[in-house]
Design a protein around this ligand. Structure first.
Ligand SMILES: Cc1cc2nc3c(=O)[nH]c(=O)nc-3n(C[C@H](O)[C@H](O)[C@H](O)COP(=O)(O)O)c2cc1C
Length: 139
C-alpha cells in the first residue's frame, strides 16, 4: 500500500479540515495516510512516504503579498534537502491566493521542484476539481 503524509499549518481550523478531507479522499483511493500539524513534524514521519502534501493558510494583505507565515517557513527549512516523496502543495484562503504557492516554493528552496500539483480551498472541503488534481497527482 502506498502511503501519503499530509502536513498542515492551521490557525482557525480550515486548513486542518482541508488536510483531513484530503486524507479521507486518499483513503478512498486505497492509500494509507497520516495527517499531522507542522508542530508535530519530525523527519521520521516522512521517511517512508510515497506522497507528501504540504499545506498552510494564506497570509497576506488579502489581494497581494501572500506568504506562508513564519511557522511554516521554519517548518519548510527543517525538511530534508531532498524530498524522496512526490510532493504537492495546498492552501486555504478567503479572497485570493496570489503569490502564495510561489512563495511556498521559494521557502522550500528547491526541495520540491518537481512538484506541480497545487490545490486551494475557501472552506476546507474538496471540490471535484481538487479530486481530479489529486487523481492526477497519485495517478
Ligand atoms: C493575518 C491574516 C492574513 C490573511 N491574508 C489573506 C490573504 O492575503 N488572502 C486571502 O485570501 N486570505 C487571507 N486570510 C484568510 C485566511 O487565509 C483563511 O481564513 C484561511 O482559511 C485560514 O486558515 P485556518 O482556518 O487554517 O487558520 C488571512 C487571514 C489572516 C488571519
Amino acid at each position: 500500500m502506498k502511503k501519503a503524509v499530509i502536513i498542515y499549518n492551521s490557525k482557525k481550523g480550515a486548513t486542518k479540515r482541508y488536510a483531513e478531507q484530503i486524507s479521507v479522499y486518499l483513503n478512498s483511493k486505497k492509500l494509507t495516510t497520516q495527517v499531522l500539524s507542522i508542530d508535530n513534524y519530525s523527519e521520521e514521519f516522512i521517511q517512508d512516504a510515497d506522497y507528501l502534501m504540504l499545506g498552510c493558510w494564506t497570509s497576506g494583505l488579502m489581494v497581494f503579498m501572500q506568504n506562508p507565515e513564519k511557522d511554516w517557513r521554519q517548518f519548510a527549512s527543517r525538511l530534508p534537502e531532498t524530498l524522496k516523496a512526490k510532493t504537492a502543495l495546498f492552501t486555504t484562503y478567503k479572497v485570493l491566493t496570489g503569490s502564495m504557492f510561489k512563495n511556498m516554493r521559494k521557502q522550500l528552496n528547491g526541495k520540491a521542484d518537481s512538484c506541480t500539483t497545487e490545490i486551494k480551498s475557501r472552506n476546507g472541503f474538496l471540490s471535484e476539481k481538487d479530486k481530479e488534481a489529486i487523481d492526477a497527482f497519485i495517478g
